[in-house]
Design a protein around this ligand. Structure first.
Ligand SMILES: Nc1nc2c(ncn2[C@@H]2O[C@H](COP(=O)(O)OP(=O)(O)OP(=O)(O)O)[C@@H](O)[C@H]2O)c(=O)[nH]1
Ligand SMILES: [Mg+2]
Length: 222
């Protein structure tokens, strides 16, 4: 009996938690990732695609995805959403001009779900369930290839189909907690976490746990 509990305990303790690190280009995401991993500042160049690292904190494993923040890459952030438990949004606290874009990206992300355009596309002949599931953010290996194309009319029907094929919810970020890093606090004239929180209207976020933290990725403070 004790052995079973021990096994269950180790199974849950060793579970991997998926974290995505998002934010505009130059916000400091990659610097933060490697500060977490190595307690060091690494030389970075703009991330094309993503970096992924596993970080273990007190026997809890986190799979951290650092996703490139350039404008052309932001439309593919949603391909990283499936099974995400934590979102880290990194904001460059000196970048007042683009805080509005960070805000737009934050709310676009939180509103992400199976959108009607997927349903519309589904009516096209070559839009197979595997393509549909892939568009919903599931890895290709989870998408069944041999099942016939179901006739889906509503978001609810899609949700049922997806729940049959995948353990994940199509609204992948629905339960994700959000941590906002107000980075570059070492810089003169940077905005405080309180200012950023107010501008991003974080208090209006009711359906996700969230927290804002000021930090400096260069020193590891915060
Ligand atoms: N002063 C200061 N500079 C920082 C801080 N964090 C990151 N930087 C610098 O900001 C620049 C961009 O950092 P990155 O970590 O590459 O930014 P990123 O968010 O990964 O950018 P993309 O990969 O293009 O999305 C680098 O020159 C970093 O050294 C910080 O806390 N303070
Ligand atoms: Mg980067």
């Amino acid at each position: 009996m004790g052995l079973i509990f021990a096994k269950l305990w180790s199974f849950f303790c060793n579970q991997e938690h998926k974290v995505i690190i998002v934010g505009l280009d130059n916000a400091g995401k990659t610097t933060i990732l490697y500060q977490f991993l190595m307690n060091e500042v690494v030389h970075t160049s703009p991330t094309i695609g993503s970096n992924v690292e596993e970080i273990v904190v007190k026997n809890t494993h986190f799979l951290m995805w650092d996703i490139g923040g350039q404008e052309s890459l932001r439309s593919s952030w949603n391909t990283y959403y499936s099974n995400t438990e934590f979102i880290i949004l990194v904001v460059d606290s000196t970048d007042r001009e683009r805080l509005v874009i960070s805000k737009e990206e934050l709310y676009r992300m939180l509103a992400h779900e199976v959108t009607p355009h997927l349903l519309y596309k589904h009516k096209e002949a070559d839009y197979t369930p595997s393509v549909f599931l892939k568009d919903c953010g599931f890895p290709p290996r989870r998408a069944p290839s041999s099942v016939p194309r179901p006739e889906l009319q509503t978001v609810e029907e899609c949700t049922v189909v997806i729940s049959l094929f995948s353990p994940f919810s199509p609204q992948d970020l629905r339960k994700a907690a959000v941590l906002i890093f107000a980075n570059k606090q070492d810089m003169k004239d940077c905005m405080s976490a309180a200012e950023i929180s107010k501008y991003l209207t974080l208090s209006s976020i009711k359906d996700h746990p969230w927290h804002i933290q000021s930090c400096c990725a260069l020193t590891g403070e915060g």
